[in-house]
Design a binder for this molecule. Structure first.
Ligand SMILES: [Zn+2]
Length: 278
């Protein structure tokens, strides 16, 4: 599933291609992927509007028109939002919505498994009021104080709390496992044991990991591609995610997989001790 670095890579590669272009027509091929207030309405999905900017909060994108309309896109498990010529889109299956933007230029939402979707809103205020205000701060912007406060509200395992989009928006299984490894934290450490100094260290590491991953174009495991159809390269830099049974890159001990918060979790038993992480 695309996480913050993948979605940010889509945002950057898309913005350069669509900002300033007018959406002449919106084709909805599968109505149920369009949700929210303006459900199923092409006009609510920026038809007739010029694209002003592409925003991101956590794992969600919002394409904003210059009349204020918003198409909020969640890529889900297998979704992609791409932009290109008629030829680039020709022959693709599972294309559910197409934004026609003039001469041989279109943006399309494709999602084979349909866990993603598009929410149309009449304004940015409506987007925030109905959807984005329910999320925690973006993982690239959260402060140590806010992270500590949100984590200290729960006794859940640290991994479970970090996956919760209301605590911090943008992290998923890949980047939580990577963050816990570089901060030497056991995935099952209680979230309410995180003090201010540790929260500050987590914020620094989180920003560094996310920045490196964005610079590498995100992680491609199966389906993820950016808005121009390119795969990411950060999967080659993962320290623990996807490396069960392989030697730890720091201490050489075999990495172990457990299940925490219902998710496969890979960690190092030496670098991430259960007691007294740090
Ligand atoms: Zn290790």
């Amino acid at each position: 599933m695309p996480e913050l670095p993948e979605v940010e890579t889509v945002r950057r590669t898309l913005a350069g291609q669509v900002v300033g272009r007018r959406v002449q027509k919106v084709q909805i091929h599968r109505a149920e992927v369009v949700r929210g207030d303006l459900r199923g309405e092409a006009v609510g999905l920026l038809e007739g509007d010029r694209i002003r900017e592409v925003l991101r909060l956590g794992k969600q994108l919002a394409v904003v028109g210059d009349h204020g309309g918003v198409a909020c896109v969640h890529l889900g498990m297998t979704g992609s939002l791409c932009c290109g010529s008629d030829k680039a889109m020709a022959g693709l299956k599972h294309v559910h919505v197409v934004w026609e933007m003039g001469k041989n230029r279109r943006m399309w939402f494709r999602d084979p498994r349909r866990f993603g979707g598009i929410w149309g809103f009449a304004s940015e205020e409506a987007l925030w009021g109905q959807r984005w205000n329910k999320l925690g701060p973006d993982a690239t912007l959260i402060t140590p104080a806010k992270l500590q406060k949100a984590l200290n509200r729960t006794r859940r395992a640290l991994k479970a709390a970090l996956l919760d989009q209301q605590v911090v928006a943008g992290l998923g299984n890949i980047y939580v496992d990577e963050l816990l490894f570089v901060t030497h934290l056991h995935p099952e450490m209680p979230a309410d044991a995180v003090n201010r100094a540790l929260a500050a260290r987590m914020v620094r590491s989180m920003r560094r990991i996310l920045e490196q991953a964005v610079n590498a174009g995100g992680s491609t495991l199966r389906d993820y591609v950016d808005a121009q159809g390119q795969a990411g390269g950060y999967q080659n830099q993962h320290k623990v995610y996807g490396r069960k049974g392989l030697p730890c890159r720091v201490c050489d001990r075999t990495l172990e997989a457990t299940v925490v918060a219902g998710r496969t979790t890979v960690s190092c038993p030496v670098c991430q001790p259960r007691e007294g992480g740090g």
